[in-house]
Design a protein around this ligand. Structure first.
Ligand code: TEU
Ligand code: CA
Length: 600
């Protein structure tokens, strides 16, 4: 069967090349393809559409509900494509919309070729693709192939018997001394092993017990994944965001992990950047990715600079880029993210500079401060006190969008949406938050009061409250009962109000995105930090031939003094979040002040 599939893909690829040669595909597709091949063959830091892009992440459940059932859906996204076009983004990463029991809001897929019924159907998805493409907006699918749902047919079969043909699609182990095969803890609390009485064995699930890990050692599993990816590429999707792709290869000895303060052992050293991960991704590239001019970004929690150069090296043998998480994992405590510790600005700056300096010319950066797993960026890294919220949100955007790499805007970040700070457990929906509240308080490791404070600051639900479209009931997200409460500040913070206000955060993002399109230096310029050890200011210069760009950001709620470098005398101010007019000599920055100077 594998052989036939491989042959099928070869025929497909030959036919597509023939069509291109016969000019049946538009010219730009051909150039992109040639262009892409050049990149794939490891040419230098060449120009690529995905390097010049700005990506907008949509969490479909919370974006826009079109049929009043309180859950976002595909038709709701279609309704908002013009809003996204207005913002200026040109790629959408949409969190999973495939069939799922929603144990982890869609990151538990039970059918890779069917749209989740509450989001719509295949026709809706095809209409979304064509409507987006009409607006020159590309769409990335969220590829979740480290695990499936336990309701996927493969797992339903696999758990039936030890000799079922699907048994080895998953990772099954015998009990050891009547207990779990090792001490690994799951990322959502509890053991990473679930006992299945039907065959009296344990299966591995690094996430929830309804998310059994696929066995990537099994070539049949890999073939199934490549066939499914080809199916979606043939439908015209423009790429993949790859969920926890750094975890697909496990150390086959499955040894116990370090306890480091928690109730279970750490699986990280044995499941992240495992022994065959690059072999598998190079195979995926040969079998699927290299046959299409698509964009790929790997979610590689725990990635280092060295690993990133393998996953996303300019040679293009694996992926185009990866997400690193050092900057958002900064400030973790004994129980990981469950702490009330504020992040450390100097450490944040050191990490961001490291990734800029050590990847440039070797691999491509993804730039983000927020996503569906992180607290709202203005609450975490800025200041959501009404006096500073807008200025600090614009400052954070300036700092991120003037760097080298592809910027990612998380839905609502362009409005300066804030954490919701739910103070009742029943308002939470996220499996990770609810499981850890129970686990850490029942084990007596945290008081319920302290853990509630941690949830209010760090729960993923802070990023999952409905998008705030206007000041009507439920923020214009739904005219039904929303699956999760709307943030009460929607009356002050919403898209309608900001579209009317030329000085809104929305229009500031729109200008930053436009600058990236207009000025090559923002995409391809060399990165050079200045004020490296300053405790308040994050400043850096971008250089390209005789052009230069200076970005200055005051990350503090205090004034900050600095000297504008002489070489920027007479420079043009491209954008600023306050009303400064003098950009020379010694200046005093106001709290959260940011600006960008440009000189040819
Ligand atoms: O997240 C992987 C991951 O590491 C998460 O545990 C995340 O970093 C953590 O929750 C932050 O506290 C991916 C998806 O982005 C996430 O939504 C899924 O829950 C997870 O994989 C399992 O698919
Ligand atoms: Ca709906």
């Amino acid at each position: 069967a594998q052989n036939i599939n491989g042959k099928f893909r070869d025929i497909l690829s030959f036919a597509r090349n023939l069509l291109i040669l016969l000019g049946c595909r538009s010219y730009d597709k051909v150039t992109e393809r040639e262009d892409y091949k050049k990149h794939r063959n490891g040419d230098s830091m060449e120009k690529k559409w995905w390097k010049e892009s700005v990506v907008y992440q949509i969490y479909p459940k919370s974006f826009k509900d079109s049929n009043g059932d309180g859950v976002g859906d595909i038709r709701g996204i279609i309704q908002k494509l013009d809003y996204l076009k207005e913002l200026g983004v040109n790629v959408l990463w949409i969190s999973p919309m495939l069939e799922s029991p929603q144990d982890d809001n869609g990151y538990d897929i039970s059918d890779y070729r069917r749209i989740y019924k509450e989001y719509g159907n295949m026709e809706d998805y095809e209409e979304l693709l064509s409507e987006a493409h009409k607006r020159d907006i590309r769409i990335l699918m969220d590829l979740v192939v480290n695990h499936t749902s336990d309701e996927h047919n493969w797992f339903v079969e696999s758990r039936k018997s030890k000799d079922n043909p699907y048994r080895d699609y998953y990772i099954w182990k015998d009990p050891v001394n009547g207990k779990e095969p090792n001490n690994w803890g799951g990322a959502f609390g509890g053991s990473a092993w679930e006992y299945d009485p039907q065959t009296q064995m344990y299966y591995l699930h690094l996430f929830s017990k309804k998310q059994p890990d696929l066995n990537w050692e099994n070539e049949k599993v890999r073939q199934e994944v490549y066939d499914m990816m080809t199916f979606w590429c043939e439908k015209g999707i423009d790429g993949f965001r790859m969920d926890v792709i750094s975890m697909i290869s496990k150390d086959q000895t499955f040894p116990d992990g370090e306890m480091n303060n928690s109730l279970y052992g750490d699986f990280g050293p044995y499941c992240v950047h495992g022994p065959r991960v690059h072999e598998f991704l190079q195979e995926m590239n040969r079998e699927v990715l290299s046959r299409y001019d698509i964009m790929t970004v790997g979610e590689t929690s725990g990635v280092t600079i060295e690993e990133a150069q393998k996953y996303a090296g300019e040679a293009g043998k694996e992926l185009n880029m990866v997400f690193q998480f050092e900057h958002v994992d900064n400030g973790s405590g004994d129980y990981g993210k469950w702490t009330t510790e504020k992040y450390d600005f100097k450490e944040f700056k050191r990490i961001m500079i490291k990734w800029q300096e050590e990847l440039q010319g070797k691999a491509w950066n993804s730039l983000f401060l927020g996503n569906h797993d992180q607290p709202r960026s203005v609450s975490r890294f800025g200041n959501d006190n009404p006096a500073y919220r807008e200025t600090s949100a614009k400052m954070l955007a300036t700092c991120l969008h003037m760097m080298q790499g592809t910027p990612y805007v998380y839905q609502g970040e362009e409005l300066g949406m804030t954490n919701v700070y739910f103070d009742k457990l029943e308002d939470y929906r996220d499996i990770e938050s609810i499981n850890f509240f129970t686990e850490l308080t029942e084990a007596g490791l945290m008081t319920p009061e302290y853990m509630m404070k941690c949830l209010m600051l760090r729960s993923r639900d802070n990023a999952r409250t409905p998008m705030q479209w206007d000041d009507s009931a439920q923020a214009g997200f739904t005219d039904g009962e929303s699956w999760i409460k709307v943030n009460p500040n929607y009356k002050e913070i919403n898209a309608a109000q900001q579209l009317e206000d030329p000085n809104s955060i929305f229009h500031y993002y729109q200008k930053l995105i436009r600058l990236r399109k207009e000025k090559d230096i923002i995409v391809y310029g060399e990165f050079e930090p200045i004020y490296r050890d300053d405790e308040q200011i994050f400043a850096y210069i971008r250089r390209q031939k005789q052009e230069k760009l200076l970005t200055v950001c005051n990350f503090s709620d205090k004034n900050a003094e600095m000297e504008i470098p002489e070489e920027f005398k007479g420079a043009e101010c491209l954008i600023t979040n306050l009303d400064r007019t003098v950009f020379e000599g010694r200046i005093v920055l106001k709290p959260y002040e940011a600006f960008v100077l440009y000189k040819k």
